[in-house]
Design a protein around this ligand. Structure first.
Ligand code: ZN
Length: 669
């Protein structure tokens, strides 16, 4: 599971490093600093470098997973962008540039967050003409295809709003597989066929079920359903072979034997596609706690599949931030205390909280579904039985969180949406710290807490599963933010600090996260739904008792929290109910609470927020440009150091990745 940044809070001092980079459409590019890289040993630096190459090598896989035309569209656009020799000062060319930057950002033609297809503002005639004027050999034509035939095939996908309108469709009542543009299911496969196919594989008596379907495309061949497995020699094999190449180099410089076997087991899994080997790999990965360097590499999160099974490819290379990790170690060391004192029914609690590890890490390279838009916290693996028996690894990515808050410094956002001076001061003082702590609680304790009742199928909540799970983790964090234990452990400086988090959380869930939604649209993304669910529910219940209220001042809407203690009780009450829904697998209750509180947007309030936000002139979404790692090589060919630089432009980076890590054919059948 991954936690996304709300990225909306302000303060903390600026420094020399340039966190903000270019801005286009609704996007702001940022940079992150790989702090303390120079303190690593040469062997560790090499390990980070090889893992980083593996992180970048799977990029094309995600592009193809996100939609079957994405790789061809990227190549088409990049060719015009770099090779076309016409007038580049025209609006058409500028709009093409903007569109290409958005496509790069989303790893495809659908919005990375909202999943809607975005439509270019240049003309089809312009593009067709430009395609006729560039070197045909560079264009991703299908075999025997003319340029005009190519245009006729691809243009509707790019320009027609009715063709592939959504990457992931979650609208109740529609065939979610047939109506989603993601490339996890082949032509003509229906939702019912896919569900029946995988239900037939499930054995309710198996205590260690495999993650069926997570590493394949389900296709129909001659009317028969079959899986095309993503592995060496299989679908995406050429990309996977490159990943394996770099992983093998990494294994040779591993920090310890166990870390080496983690990497070699992952290679074995990539070679075979065997899900049993995958489980073995994740168990080893959870157990390896001694090395400073670590990574995520593979088919991981299932947010991109409307049925929540198929996993998108992602990569992250990182190393431990030792100072900040002391914070999360305190939480982990007290995991059982938190579990025992949570307000949920004792039947749903773990009697023994095992192996919850938590650390703060420094990201060194982002790839696949974690680039350029990324998570700020990760809790893996996702397999329920592996988590129950072997625990999970929780990380918060310290240098990314820091980049977000530094970049947002002084942007006027909080002042616009919070009119109360005392609350503003509280946020300025404790906002950053409490944001970090809430993330830590969410990742190290929230996801790891609680248990399913015996016999409950972990997939029972289906399309609502991700939202309920994120809600559960957030509520666990919110409930404990206000606990005296946090002060006792020295995590919060005083019993008041948590209020900054309560305020910003409610503000975000009720109001400010809506800046990411187009007028008239529903809330779709699981983390956004979870925040809306909690905030709307707490507002509804809290309003009746005067705990929280809407206020109008100077023709603007604000929220006010009158009783923080009571608000905490409400969070506890909701946590108990959400845990019940999860533990019992109560699909109807999940559907009811999500549909009632987490999906619909009040159009008037939404319009007001968008208007106020627009006047601030800020970008609602942010993503990162990676650093560049360059090996220093001596005369004998040995690497003697790895140099990190931060000056590569966004477009240069994307073009370099397409050139150096273009690991797949444009058409992957
Ligand atoms: Zn989460």
């Amino acid at each position: 599971m991954a936690l996304m940044s709300t990225a909306l809070t302000a303060p903390s001092a600026a420094e020399d490093f340039k966190y903000n980079d270019e801005r286009f459409a609704d996007l702001q590019m940022l940079r992150y600093k790989v702090q303390d890289f120079e303190t690593l040993t040469l062997q560790q630096k090499k390990l980070v470098y090889y893992l980083s190459e593996a992180t970048l090598s799977g990029r094309d896989i995600l592009w193809d997973q996100n939609g079957k035309y994405n790789l061809r569209i990227r190549q088409m656009l990049e060719t015009v962008y770099t090779q076309w020799e016409g007038d580049k000062s025209t609006t058409d060319f500028k709009e093409l540039t903007c569109y290409l930057k958005r496509v790069w950002f989303s790893n495809g033609i659908h919005h990375h967050y909202g999943c809607d297809k975005f439509i270019p503002n240049f003309s089809q005639e312009f593009l067709r003409k430009a395609l006729h004027e560039v070197d045909t050999k560079l264009l991703p034509l299908a075999e025997g295809q003319s340029i005009d035939e190519f245009c006729n095939e691809i243009f509707p996908v790019v320009f027609d709003p009715k063709v592939q309108p959504k990457r992931v469709n979650q609208a109740v009542g529609e065939d979610l597989v047939l109506t989603s543009a993601c490339n996890y299911y082949g032509e003509g496969v229906t939702q019912k066929e896919a569900e029946d196919f995988y239900n037939a594989m499930k054995d309710p008596n198996n205590k260690q079920p495999l993650m069926w379907g997570m590493n394949s495309r389900l296709v129909k061949e001659n009317g028969v359903l079959t899986e095309k497995v993503w592995r060496s020699g299989g679908l995406y094999g050429t990309a996977i072979d490159k990943v394996i190449y770099w992983l093998a180099k990494a294994a040779d410089v591993a920090e310890n034997p166990r870390q080496e076997s983690v990497i070699r087991t992952l290679i074995e899994y990539y070679k075979t596609g065997d899900l049993k080997t995958f489980d073995q790999y994740t168990i080893l990965w959870v157990q390896e706690q001694d090395g400073d360097v670590d990574f995520v590499n593979g088919f991981t999160e299932s947010y991109g599949d409307p049925l929540g099974m198929k996993a998108s490819w992602e990569g992250l290379t990182n190393f431990k931030n030792k100072k900040a990790t002391l914070r999360t170690e305190k939480m982990s060391a007290n995991a059982q205390w938190f579990e025992d004192h949570s307000p949920v029914d004792p039947r749903f609690k773990k009697s023994k909280c095992k192996g919850i590890s938590a650390k703060v890490i420094t990201a060194a390279m982002l790839g696949g579904d974690l680039y350029p838009a990324t998570a700020i916290g990760i809790n893996l693996p996702n397999s329920n039985w592996v988590r129950a028996e072997h625990g999970s690894k929780s990380v918060t990515i310290g240098n990314l969180t820091e980049a977000y808050s530094k970049a947002a410094h002084g942007n006027g956002f909080m002042q616009e949406f919070c009119s109360d001076k005392a609350t503003l001061q509280l946020i300025e003082k404790y906002g950053d710290l409490c944001d970090d702590l809430h993330t830590d609680l969410h990742e190290c304790l929230g996801h790891g807490s609680g248990q399913l009742l015996p016999g409950v199928d972990p997939d029972t909540l289906k399309a609502y599963g991700s939202t309920i799970e994120e809600t559960r983790a957030d509520l666990f964090g919110l409930y404990y933010m206000a606990d005296d234990k946090m002060v006792e452990l020295g995590l919060t400086p005083n019993p008041e600090a948590y209020k900054s988090q309560y305020f910003t959380y409610m503000l975000n869930g009720l109001m400010t996260q809506l800046v990411r939604i187009e007028p008239g649209n529903d809330i779709e993304e699981a983390h956004m739904r979870n925040r809306a669910l909690i905030a709307n529910w707490a507002m509804e219940k809290g309003q009746a008792e005067g705990v929280v209220e809407w206020v109008r001042e100077n023709d603007k809407t604000y929220i006010r929290i009158n009783d923080y203690k009571k608000l905490r009780e409400l969070f506890g009450k909701l946590l108990a109910e959400i845990q019940r829904i999860k533990s019992e697998g109560d699909y109807n209750a999940a559907q009811k609470i999500v549909e009632q509180y987490a999906v619909k947007v009040n159009p008037e309030l939404h319009a007001e927020i968008l208007e106020r936000y627009k006047r601030l002139n800020l970008a609602p979404y942010k993503g990162f440009i990676n650093p560049v790692m360059t090996p220093v090589v001596d005369a004998a060919g040995n690497i003697t150091d790895i140099i990190i630089t931060y000056d590569e432009a966004y477009d240069a980076q994307m073009l370099r990745y397409s050139r150096d890590y273009g690991t797949l054919p444009f058409i992957n059948e």
